[in-house]
Design a binder for this molecule. Structure first.
Ligand code: NIG
Ligand code: FE
Length: 411
């Protein structure tokens, strides 16, 4: 038995005595907050927390958090951290005036990543993804979802998902795997999309599910990618194999992706840069979570999703990074939180809720992660000294996360 005591915590955030499974609407601006507090961790889980007046005297390891904030580690529910190469050249092409869609149309974008990934070995891919996982953990990520979708052939999609499986086995933080064979139509299928959709449904899904390689099924339902009708067929096939949907929708236009996801009882619909009142109303009538990825809007220069309207309408907004080589080559959750506050008018409390508890819910991990509660896994962030919670998004781009605890161990 080993324990860790964090004492003299200036502000302890998101510590709850009654467990919640998510927060929506107005609740998002409320966050449990204790000042002058302690947290005791035993065998990797939260054993106790409270005011310093009741702090235990001894522990195997003691950390002093004077002036610092302690909060649950981020739950990043949307990433693509398995990839073979960066796409710096496309970044420069965009600076020169090409759009993300124009680059994709000429065979760049996702297809560029797929060509490179098809040539890479499983070991090379694992090494790259492992490095990215370490990097995001050092910035406070304590649970993560990872997608396939740069394979686009049966063999390469399986290769990617085996890399994700290896991440799951080796990682000290939980990893959820999502099959995204429907990320783009490969060049050789451009004149016969139906053949690629058949390949996904008839060959990829059975192998992926048969080998237990995925938790979720994703489709890029958007302008120039998959239509809502195609999306629904693929998600229905995924359900038959026990894979719940989590989809990409409304990044490039008002394309009906949100409605398709809701119709398929998706856990979450992600992106939503293009969202109207109709989508917000449909989300209100559903259990599907709107997941916003402001790092992508920032990097591509597209509109930010209307987070404010969504929260005002009572929705449970989620924040994630979308870490990938094309639209958001960063897995920096603190920066995502800064963007959410500065560009989407989310309050610091709302952004922290969206990146912890609601992020955990979007990966079905809310019983074990996402808040500080007795019995939950002790994945925690200790910030640098700061006055208030707002100091976190305020100091954008700075190293606000000083120490990270994963299962009770310092990273
Ligand atoms: O979430 N939008 C689709 N997929 C990724 C980007 C893929 C890429 O450009 O490599 C996203 O933004
Ligand atoms: Fe994505």
């Amino acid at each position: 038995m080993s324990n860790l005591l964090i004492r003299n915590i200036h502000l302890l955030i998101q510590a709850e005595t009654e467990q919640r499974s998510l927060v929506r609407g107005k609740e998002m601006s409320q966050i449990p907050m204790l000042s002058n507090a302690y947290v005791l961790v035993e065998n990797g889980r939260i054993k106790a927390f409270g005011s310093m007046a009741n702090c235990p005297e001894r522990a195997d390891q003691v950390l002093d958090a004077t002036g610092r904030i302690v909060l649950p580690a981020w739950c990043d529910s949307h990433t693509h951290i398995v990839f073979a190469a960066t796409r710096e050249e496309e970044f420069v092409d965009r600076i020169r005036g090409l759009s993300y869609e124009e680059i994709a149309e000429r065979g760049g974008g996702i297809l560029n990543s797929a060509r490179k990934l098809q040539k890479a070995t499983e070991e090379e891919l694992f090494e790259g993804a492992w490095g990215r996982l370490q990097e995001v953990m050092s910035m406070g990520t304590g649970a993560i979802e990872v997608k396939s979708g740069y394979g686009l052939t049966l063999e390469s999609e399986l290769k990617m998902l085996r890399v994700v499986r290896k991440l799951k086995e080796k990682s000290p933080i939980p990893v959820k795997a999502t099959f995204l064979g429907a990320h783009a139509i490969p060049m050789e299928y451009k004149s016969d999309r139906e053949a690629y959709i058949t390949l996904i449904i008839k060959e990829m899904l059975p192998r992926v599910a048969g080998e237990g390689l995925a938790d979720y099924c994703d489709v890029f339902c958007d302008k120039g990618f998959f239509t809502p009708e195609e999306t629904i067929r693929i998600l229905e096939a995924g359900w038959k194999w026990g894979l719940k949907p989590k989809i990409h929708a409304n990044e490039l236009g008002l394309t009906g992706g949100v409605q398709a996801g809701i119709a398929q009882r998706a856990i979450s619909v992600d992106h939503l840069e293009y969202t109207s009142d109709v989508e917000i109303e449909a989300l209100k009538q559903s259990n599907t979570l709107p997941t916003l990825l402001p790092g992508c809007a920032f990097f591509l220069g597209i509109p930010f999703a209307p987070a404010r309207q969504m929260i005002n309408a009572g929705l449970p907004v989620v924040l994630a990074t979308d870490f990938n080589p094309g639209s958001c080559p960063s897995g920096n959750m603190p920066f995502v939180i800064s963007l959410a506050c500065a560009k989407m008018n989310m309050l610091p409390e709302e952004a922290i809720n969206a990146a912890t508890l609601n992020g955990a819910k979007a990966m079905e991990l809310e019983k074990e992660y996402g808040t500080i509660a007795v019995g939950k896994v002790a994945n925690l962030i200790i910030t640098r000294p700061m006055m208030s919670l707002a100091g976190l998004p305020y100091a954008f781009g700075s190293k606000v996360v000083e120490q990270v605890v994963v299962k009770g161990n310092l990273v």
